[in-house]
Design a protein around this ligand. Structure first.
Ligand code: ATP
Ligand code: MG
Length: 407
C-alpha cells in the first residue's frame, strides 16, 4: 500500500472530547472515525486490524467444530416476546415501530434467533450437538458510550451458539470453547485472566469473562497470583491481599480490566420458553441444552491500544499490525520501489511512505501508526535497508534477505 494514497491522513491533535487512550490514538492515527457517540467507522487501517482479529477467532472457532453463517439484525417483536426479553432487555435493545405500525428490534444478541432455527431443524438426538457462529453487528443502547471503540452503541461481535442433548455434553463443550478462547487471546498477545461472574440478562448461572489487565479498564477483577481462580467484583465478597479462596496458598490480587469475551452456559431456559425439543433414544421429548459465547473484535482492537502504546503512538504486535513492515523512503534513496515490490512478491504486507514530506513527519507518523518494524531507505543506506523495531531504539543496516528473514 502506498501511503500517499492511504485514506485518511493522520491528525496532529486528538479530538477535544476524546477521554480514553484508544479513542485519541486510533482517531489520530486514522484507524477509526466517530459518527456520533458510540458509532464508529472502521477506516482502512482499523479494518485491517479487525480483519486479523476476526481471522484468529474464526480459526479457533472452526477448530472446535463451529460452523460459520450469518443471521439477520432486524428482528420481529414476537420472537423476543417468547422469552420475555422484549421487556426484560428494554434498556439495551433498540426497539421501534415502522410506518405500518409493526414493531422491531435491532439485534443486541441472537439467542432467540438461533432457538428459532433449532426448533425448525432439530428433531431427534441424532441431530445434536450443533455449534454455529457468526460475525455481525450488535446494537446496544449503552448509557455511557465514552470509552472510544471499547463501548460502541453499534459494534462487532463474534457469537457462537451450541445446542446439546444433556447438561454434561453442554458443559464439556463449554470447557472446549473456554480453551479455544484462551488460545485466541494468547495468540493475539494479551495478558488476560478468565474470571467468573454473573449472567446479566442472559442467565442466572455463573458465566466466564475473558478480562485483559488494563489500567483504564471499566471492570474490576480479583484473581489469584498462583492458581487460575478469578472473580469479578460483582460476585466476589472478599478483599485483595486475602488468601485465595480456591487454592488457599496464593494471594488475591486486584486489577482494573477490559472484558473482551464472555461465555454463558445457559441451560434449558431458552428451549423451554421457545419449545425447542428433541426426541431422545426412547422417543421422549426433551428440551435442548444451550450455551452462547461472545467476543468483541472491535473492543479487542481498542483493548490492545490501551495496553500497548507510548507517548508517540500505538505499538502493534506482529499478529494485530495492519502491515508487517513500514517502509520509509527518504530523499536520495535508489532502491525504495524495488524493496517495496520485492516485499510484496515475498507475500509481506508493507506500507510504503512514498510521500514528499519531511523525514520528521514520516518518522512521527510511523510511530503514531505503530507498525512493529520500521525500515528506512535513503542516500546513506545504499543498497541496504535500515531496520528498527517500533518498541526499541536500536537501528541496524541489513540486506533484503536479512530483512525478510526477520519478518
Ligand atoms: P459490558 O459489561 O462491557 O457492557 P457485556 O458483558 O454486556 O459488556 P456481552 O454481552 O458479554 O457484553 O458481549 C460479549 C462481548 O461483546 C464482550 O465481551 C465484548 O467483547 C463485546 N461487547 C459488548 N458490549 C460491547 C460494546 N458496547 N462495544 C463493543 N464491544 C462490546
Ligand atoms: Mg459480558
Amino acid at each position: 500500500m502506498l501511503q500517499s494514497q492511504l485514506f485518511p491522513k493522520t491528525l496532529r491533535e486528538a479530538p477535544k472530547e476524546a477521554e480514553s487512550v484508544n479513542h485519541k490514538l486510533l482517531v489520530r492515527a486514522g484507524f477509526i472515525d466517530q459518527l456520533m457517540a458510540g458509532s464508529w467507522t472502521l477506516l482502512p487501517l482499523g479494518y485491517r486490524v479487525v480483519a486479523k482479529i476476526i481471522q484468529v477467532v474464526r480459526e479457533e472457532m472452526n477448530a472446535v467444530g463451529g460452523q460459520e453463517m450469518l443471521m439477520p439484525l432486524l428482528h420481529p417483536k414476537n420472537i423476543w416476546n417468547e422469552t420475555g426479553r422484549w421487556d426484560k432487555a428494554k434498556e439495551v435493545m433498540y426497539q421501534f415501530m415502522d410506518a405500518r405500525g409493526k414493531e422491531f428490534a435491532l439485534s443486541f444478541t441472537h439467542e432467540e434467533i438461533v432457538m428459532d432455527l433449532l426448533r425448525k431443524n432439530i428433531k431427534s438426538y441424532a441431530d445434536l450437538p450443533v455449534a454455529v457462529y457468526h460475525f455481525s453487528t450488535k446494537f446496544r443502547n449503552e448509557p455511557r458510550a465514552r470509552s472510544g471503540i471499547l463501548r460502541g452503541r453499534e459494534f462487532l461481535m463474534k457469537d457462537l451458539y451450541s445446542a446439546h442433548v444433556s447438561e454434561a455434553d453442554m458443559l464439556s463443550y463449554y470447557e472446549k470453547v473456554k480453551d479455544a478462547y484462551k488460545k485466541i487471546f494468547t495468540r493475539l498477545g494479551f495478558d488476560f485472566r478468565v474470571i467468573e461472574t454473573g449472567g446479566g440478562v442472559f442467565t442466572d448461572r455463573r458465566t466466564h469473562e475473558f478480562q485483559v489487565l488494563a489500567k483504564g479498564g471499566e471492570d474490576t477483577i480479583f484473581y489469584c497470583d498462583s492458581c487460575d481462580w478469578g472473580e469479578n467484583k460483582e460476585i466476589f465478597g472478599g478483599k485483595a491481599g486475602e488468601a485465595c479462596p480456591s487454592c488457599k496458598k496464593g494471594k488475591v490480587l486486584t486489577s482494573s480490566a477490559i472484558e473482551v469475551g464472555n461465555i454463558f452456559p445457559l441451560g434449558t431456559w431458552y428451549a423451554e420458553r421457545m419449545r425447542v425439543y428433541y426426541a431422545d433414544e426412547k422417543g421422549m421429548k426433551k428440551p435442548v441444552w444451550f450455551a452462547s459465547y461472545g467476543i468483541g473484535p472491535t473492543r479487542t482492537m481498542g483493548a490492545w491500544v490501551e495496553v500497548s502504546h507510548d507517548e508517540k503512538g500505538i505499538i502493534w504486535n506482529k499478529t494485530l499490525a495492519p502491515f508487517a513492515v513500514h517502509l520509509i523512503e527518504l530523499p536520495g534513496a535508489k532502491n525504495a520501489k524495488k524493496v517495496y515490490e520485492d516485499l510484496q512478491k515475498a507475500g509481506i504486507e508493507v506500507l510504503w511512505d512514498d510521500r514528499e514530506v519531511g523525514a520528521g513527519e514520516k518518522f512521527a507518523d510511523a510511530d503514531l501508526i505503530g507498525i512493529p518494524v520500521r525500515t528506512v531507505v535513503s542516500d546513506k543506506t545504499g543498497d541496504k535497508i535500515e531496520l528498527k523495531k517500533r518498541d526499541g531504539d536500536k537501528t541496524e543496516l541489513v540486506t533484503f534477505e536479512e530483512l525478510t528473514k526477520r519478518l
